[in-house]
Design a protein around this ligand. Structure first.
Ligand SMILES: [Zn+2]
Length: 270
């Protein structure tokens, strides 16, 4: 079965974030400045998980992007406020990984965790080719557009080191809240992963012992806090959606889920 990657709508439409009728702009995920934008081969996430050899990819010249949000949300909010913080954090971690001869077990990084969570949630809202209005979108919009909300109600944000060059973006999948326990309650998960960091947003209380970023947020979204990065917890590239003892359920938004890898340039031999 072939799955297509749905990442854009008409040039004008309803913004996935503020719901205004507007000209729709391209949102880069991860944001520009935190990753070297190269040509990527992007595949629908289901295609990737069920048939990884299938070559049914879409090429994109400058990274993964979705045409789903207005310019105010894209440039005024994400670009001007939140991307800068996420990029600084990702760049610092990336430099640390690339230049340290010995990686300790845990290192603390000073950042603005609530700004990072705003950023991740904003981009995850953009990562749906079709406008959806489910409860999660509703909660995410409510949180993203209100500066007085430091952490999202009902959700926790977990993070871990992601030492792979692929980009994974998945919205709204259901999985057992305790990994491997099919009798445990089902929880909803969304994830964004790219070198060097992965995020998982869920209504589960905890997941596989991951560090929780939302726990480090304090009173204002702008507060700086030192957050620990645990270098001993490394998971597979396709974790958590894939792997033994797990299964996932998803709806429409899986069409907009993506697995992308930088295109390898072959030097032509003359
Ligand atoms: Zn908007």
């Amino acid at each position: 079965m072939t799955h297509y990657f749905k990442y854009k709508r008409e040039k004008t439409g309803t913004c996935n974030i503020c719901l205004a009728q507007s000209k729709l702009t391209w949102d880069h995920i991860p944001p520009k400045g935190g990753i070297k934008l190269s040509e990527v081969e992007q595949k629908n996430i289901l295609q990737h998980l069920t048939d990884s050899k299938n070559n049914n990819y879409v090429l994109s010249q400058n990274g993964v992007k979705y045409r789903t949000i207005c310019s105010t949300c894209n440039n005024g909010l994400l670009g001007a406020k939140y991307d800068v913080v996420l990029n600084a954090f990702a760049n610092e971690l990336s430099l640390f990984l690339k230049t340290s001869l010995q990686i300790p077990q845990v290192v603390k990084f000073k950042t603005q965790p609530a700004m990072i969570i705003k950023c991740i949630i904003g981009h995850l809202l953009a990562a749906k080719g079709d406008l959806e209005n489910n409860l999660i979108d509703h909660h995410f919009r409510d949180y993203f557009l209100d500066d007085s909300k430091v952490v999202p109600a009902y959700y926790k944000v977990f993070y871990w080191v992601y030492p792979y060059n692929s980009i994974k973006i998945i919205r709204d999948i259901g999985m057992p809240s305790i990994r491997g326990d099919f009798k445990s309650k089902f929880s909803m998960f969304s994830t964004l992963r790219y070198f060097p960091i992965a995020f998982l947003i869920t209504d589960a209380e905890e997941y596989s012992g991951l560090n929780e970023m939302s726990k480090y947020c304090s009173r204002s979204i702008e507060d700086f806090v030192e957050i620990p990065i645990d270098f001993t917890k490394i998971f597979d590239e396709n974790w958590p959606e894939y792997g033994e003892n797990n299964f996932i359920m998803g709806g429409e938004s899986l069409q907009s889920g993506v697995s992308a890898v930088p295109r390898v340039k072959h030097n032509r031999i003359k």
